[in-house]
Design a protein around this ligand. Structure first.
Ligand code: FUC
Length: 834
């Protein structure tokens, strides 16, 4: 496509002087006097001091192998992960006792005995185990011989080239280190250089928090190996082998029992290869050792330069697809940690572009085809028992990780998540049958490497059998952006089986006559004003999820010519789902009953799923629901856990309120670590999102939200500059993907679109919505509904508006809509009307 013009970074060279002191714990008092010269830091996270804690270290990843680099010039730490290293081994966690009690639980719910119903679920539906933790591999430690203080310290993560580097001066010698995780070569590689020959001397060893074996092989190879831990009665059986090979130039290398010593080398290349015995969720018969060695043998004769070139080419193939410029101020010249500290009070639009691109960087580094989807921490974790096991929570978090995948032009990185859905459709069949006597497959609110589908934790969180309904939306979303019918046919049976579970699980509510999901919960929220139970019937999010799942499956059946009688059953049951309702204070009801508390600031906003990521609520089609949803979100407030704020950025973008969306970005980009050491939702110095603790979902949620502020394509048209805040008066973006196979570039000035570029991959009518009049060849004012099949609007049930007087007025800006007929492979440019 034709690229929009890009404002150049005129501020190419800057000088900084930063003095830092860090404690004795890191090998002597370290003083960095960083006076250095850097070029083009706009796509870099950079710092004038080494990382003192893990959330200051910088991440690299190749989808499978992750590393966090501290950049310590005396005692370097490279913390390592491999994304199939989980506790336990293949297992299940269904409790067939549920089936005997299901009818009783439903009776209790319909009798209004919610607490008793929840207790019965707690006593009969759970069995444990509750998921296996994702575990760290451990650390590679480099202890430098010269332990003296350093000057001119600088370290960075260059997200454009996916490499962490640092440089500093020690005893008059300039040293530099680079670390990357290569997807083409399947290894992590570090490269150490100095500006004087024979200057590099260090010893290298490895360790980890769990048990391990360690040996030195020959004089240049370290090997650490071990087995994942037992957990909740499941014996740990994932084995790993980590091999580290040292290739020095010049100097000497020698080994002793527990370390390798390199003396007086000119440069050193370190190849880190890690593998496990994991084959798939049913099979751990792989040979970790031969895998690790075979990756190593393939790469070890390659020069660092060649590894780097291949790595950069692979990374940029993904990264370069989207460019974003929101303007630049002097704040962009400050170190990244300082920028985070000052962001909310200052004016630093470039940090938003950096944060957006960092989200894309993280997805490229954490999710590659053929591998595991990004978990709660992506692939980065330094513990054996991380928070929530760092597994997959599917009542929001795991889906949020993939919200940027399509819109930010990284569709192939969506694949591991799609594959996980396919896996779950296999494991979830037994759970559906044994626990609920139902067809199809079911998933509750959590899963892990082993694709468990039974309920996890306890009823308040775990009695939510809608996991399959939510994860299956991604099957369709990927199709919406590509229009690839072969792909659709490959995932359709998975979605159909997900829907079939609910055909059997839905029951008639004796009070309302609707078909309701019972028992269920509105994720993790409890209507405490009424009772202390989360278990209820016909919760709003459940109805919205089933509306989407049934509607999309029925549509796909038509596209693919599936005549199965079960589709008819789906149509009938779809018509009997409860509609959305507004409640006594003009809010969108979270539950079938009007239980919402205007003082509730719970982090989950599940009933707003209908607004984002779904498209059931629209300012133009369902203004009352749109208003009610806004009332609900206003009551929930802004500040919350990291991911909750990330969701709210998307929601305020869908409310077409750029200023409020930007306010949420400010909340999210505020320091997670408070002066007293306590932590809150926000951003760590390394731009990792904080729940707290670190959860990567917030990074991805906010990344998607920034894209939604620039362009939306869910509501019958491509809405350009949909929610631009006052601060972003001028800018440009290119390479965003819209539904129906369009790729969009926009350049704007004084909030007006100047030029819009459209690349059409599939052809068809492209309908553009804008707050300003447009002109261009072939552009006509839009009439009637958009005929493009990817822009068909959901025909939701008429909502129940309890009290129209309570519905707050909404103000919408006037819009202009145009159609342009497109041909596959062609570019189109349109402009602001003169
Ligand atoms: C859900 C959320 C928590 C946390 C956990 C991983 O249970 O309610 O806030 O993010 O997932």
């Amino acid at each position: 496509m034709k690229l929009v013009k890009y404002t150049s970074n005129k501020n190419a060279v800057i000088f900084l002087r930063v003095i830092y002191c860090i404690g004795l714990s890191m090998g002597g008092v370290f003083q960095a006097n960083a006076q250095h010269q850097k070029e083009n830091t706009d796509m870099k996270l950079w710092y004038g001091h080494p990382a003192q804690r893990w959330v200051e270290a910088l991440p690299v990843g190749n989808g499978r192998l992750g590393a966090m680099i501290f950049g310590n010039p005396q005692d370097e730490v490279i913390q390592l992960n491999e994304n199939t290293f989980y506790a336990g081994q293949p297992y299940r966690n269904d409790n067939p006792d549920a089936l005997k009690r299901l009818g009783d639980v439903r009776d209790l719910v319909f009798d209004g005995k919610y607490v008793a119903a929840q207790k019965m679920v707690d006593d009969n539906f759970f069995r444990g185990p509750h998921g296996m933790p994702y575990q760290t591999i451990g650390n590679l430690r480099l202890t430098y011989k010269d332990q003296t203080e350093v000057e001119n310290y600088y370290r960075e993560l260059d997200i454009e080239n996916a490499i962490v580097s640092n440089h500093f001066k020690k005893s008059g010698i300039n040293y530099a280190t680079k670390v990357l995780s290569s997807h083409p070569d399947q290894v992590i590689v570090a490269h150490l250089t100095a500006d004087q020959s024979g200057a590099i001397s260090f010893s290298a060893s490895m360790d980890r928090p769990g048990e391990f074996d360690f040996r030195v092989i020959g004089n240049d190879l370290l090997e650490m190996s071990g087995t994942s831990t037992d957990h909740e009665g499941i014996e740990g059986a994932v084995t790993f082998v980590a091999n580290v090979k040292f290739v020095p130039k010049g100097g000497s290398i020698r080994a002793d029992q527990n370390k390798i010593e390199i003396a007086n080398a000119d440069e050193v290349t370190i190849f880190i290869s890690i593998a496990t015995n994991f084959v798939n969720y049913r099979d751990i018969s792989g040979d970790a050792s031969s895998r690790a060695i075979s990756y190593l043998n393939k790469v070890v004769s390659k020069s660092f330069e060649k590894v780097y070139t291949d790595h950069v080419a692979d990374h940029r193939l993904h990264f370069d697809r989207v460019k974003l410029d929101l303007g630049r101020t002097g704040a962009a010249d400050l170190p990244t940690d300082v920028r985070v500290e000052q962001f909310a009070q200052g004016n630093d639009p470039q940090l938003v572009s950096l944060y957006f691109q960092f989200g894309r960087y993280l997805l490229i580094a954490a999710s590659r085809s053929g591998g595991q989807p990004a978990n709660l921490q992506g692939i980065w974790n330094d513990q054996l028992y991380p928070a929530w096991d760092s597994k997959y929570t599917v009542n929001i978090n795991a889906e949020m990780n993939y919200w940027p995948a399509e819109i930010s032009n990284l569709t192939e990185l969506h694949e591991p998540f799609i594959q996980m859905v396919k896996d779950l459709s296999e494991t979830g069949q037994k759970t559906a049958k044994d626990m609920y006597g139902a067809r199809g497959w079911v998933l509750h609110h959590n899963t892990d490497l082993w694709r468990i589908t039974g309920p996890v934790d306890f009823a308040e969180a775990g009695m939510w059998p809608l996991g399959g309904a939510w994860v299956s939306q991604h099957l369709f979303e990927k199709y919406d952006f590509s229009g690839d019918q072969t792909y659709l046919a490959s995932v359709y049976p998975v979605a159909k089986q997900a829907a079939m579970f609910f055909l059997d699980y839905l029951v008639e509510d004796p009070h309302t006559g609707y078909l309701v999901v019972t028992p269920s919960t509105s994720p993790e929220n409890v209507p405490h004003q009424f009772h202390n139970s989360a278990v209820a019937a016909g919760n709003t999010m459940d109805n919205q999820l089933l509306f989407d799942l049934f509607t999309r499956t029925i549509e796909a059946a038509k596209i693919l010519g599936d005549q199965d009688i079960v589709i008819k059953e789906m149509e009938e049951k779809l018509a009997r789902l409860p509609p959305m309702q507004t409640g006594s204070w003009g809010q969108l009801q979270e539950w079938q009953k009007d239980w919402d508390n205007p003082k509730d600031n719970h982090r989950h906003v599940s009933h707003l799923y209908g607004l984002y990521p779904s498209n059931q609520i629209s300012p133009y089609r369902t203004p009352e629901l749109f208003s009610a949803a806004k009332t609900s979100l206003q009551a929930r407030g802004d500040e919350s856990t990291g991911w909750s704020m990330g969701w709210k950025v998307n929601l305020w973008a869908r409310f077409l309120d750029g200023n409020h969306a930007y306010k949420l970005i400010k909340d999210q980009l505020s320091p997670a670590i408070l002066p007293d050491g306590k932590q809150k939702g926000g951003t760590y110095p390394n731009l990792f999102d904080s729940h707290p603790p670190f959860q990567i979902d917030g990074n991805f949620g906010c990344t998607a939200g920034i894209a939604e502020m620039l362009m939306q394509s869910h509501d019958g048209a491509i809405h350009i500059l949909s929610a631009i805040p006052d601060e972003w008066s001028k800018g440009s973006v290119s390479g965003l993907r819209a539904r129906g196979g369009f790729e969009i570039g926009i350049e704007w000035d004084d909030h007006h679109p100047k030029e819009i570029n459209i690349l059409s991959n599939l052809g068809g009518v492209c309908r553009i919505r804008s707050y300003y009049p447009l002109e261009g060849e072939g552009l006509k004012e839009a009439e009637g509904d958009n005929p493009n099949q990817f822009y068909q609007l959901p025909d939701i049930k008429k909502p129940i508006i309890k009290d129209m007087d309570r519905i707050q007025d909404i103000e919408l800006r006037p819009i202009y809509e145009y159609d342009i007929k497109t041909e596959p492979g062609q570019n189109y440019s349109i402009y602001s009307k003169k």
